[in-house]
Design a protein around this ligand. Structure first.
Ligand SMILES: NC(=O)c1ccc[n+]([C@@H]2O[C@H](COP(=O)([O-])OP(=O)(O)OC[C@H]3O[C@@H](n4cnc5c(N)ncnc54)[C@H](OP(=O)(O)O)[C@@H]3O)[C@@H](O)[C@H]2O)c1
Length: 246
């Protein structure tokens, strides 16, 4: 991916950090976006020490203006954008009857609205990369969830946001695939990250900790999608721990 630029959201931890490292290893210049600047700076240091190029962009992506600005800042820095990975996400478990509406809004704003704004802002740049870039193709990857396919009680709002991401991804794919942009959907199962360890998460689902996926397992799937030859579009990958039943 030499000569290409990628933007990864939610890169201060978990799947996003692993994906940024993986794409940098492939030779892409990487813009990393999240709220925790210090964590992003640490990641950028690692990427630069390995000979890569990295730009830290601090943004609260729950705010549409900041989400759109992150795209423009990345393009200002690298003069191009070949890959967008919409990975940032938030989960708050709970029943709909007793759920906190502020938590619903946080999930909708980050898991879905940010994906809309980032994707629309990125499209002109991705189209340009597909037309003139070294690979002859551009990639937009949305990180959904098994919850974007399988609905479970206690997880209704998160699951709804991820179903929305799936529907949006397929519509967008149909709109842009003829112009060289591949739209991919990644659906991770239980992955050991900060999200999984957090108080609102599904940590206790009866799966022993050593059976969970690592962030790198998902980063590998994302990288597989993005590094296919230009005529090959892997549009959807679900990755579960072998031991995860649903
Ligand atoms: N872990 C799992 O089991 C699992 C399963 C299925 C799907 N997923 C999906 O995988 C994606 C990555 O999650 P993860 O497991 O890697 O969790 P994670 O380690 O908690 O990472 C979440 C990332 O999102 C960022 N983020 C949160 N709120 C943000 C905001 N308002 N603005 C900007 N960035 C924000 C966080 O950074 P800051 O806090 O620094 O902003 C962090 O970098 C999510 O979309 C999640 O839904 C995860």
């Amino acid at each position: 991916m030499a000569g290409c630029a990628a933007l990864v959201t939610g890169a201060s931890s978990g799947i996003g950090a692993a994906t940024a490292l993986s794409l940098a290893r492939q030779g892409a210049a990487v813009a990393v976006v999240a709220r925790r600047t210090g964590r992003l700076e640490d990641l950028a240091t690692v990427i630069r020490e390995r000979g890569g190029s990295c730009r830290v962009l601090t943004a609260d992506l729950g705010d549409a203006a900041q989400a759109r600005r992150a795209i423009e800042d990345a393009v200002d820095c690298f003069t191009r954008l070949d890959v967008l990975v919409n990975n940032a996400g938030y989960v708050a478990m709970g029943t709909i009857g007793e759920g906190d509406p502020a938590e619903w809004e946080r999930m909708v704003d980050l898991n879905f609205n940010a994906v809309l704004h980032l994707s629309q802002a990125a499209l002109p740049h991705l189209l340009r990369a597909a037309a003139n870039g070294p690979r002859g193709v551009a990639d937009l990857v949305n990180v959904s969830s098994v919850g974007g396919r399988v609905v479970r009680r206690n997880n209704g709002v998160y699951s709804a946001t991820k179903h929305a991401v799936g529907a949006f991804s397929e519509a967008l794919r149909q709109e842009v695939t003829g112009r060289g942009i591949r739209v991919g959907l990644i659906e991770p199962g239980m992955t050991m990250t900060e999200m999984a360890a957090g108080p609102g998460a599904a940590a206790a689902r009866g799966l022993p900790q050593n059976a969970w996926l690592d962030a790198e397992d998902i980063a590998r799937a994302i990288t597989f999608m993005i590094t296919q030859p230009p005529h090959v579009a892997v549009n959807e990958i679900m990755v579960r721990p072998t031991a995860q039943e649903h």
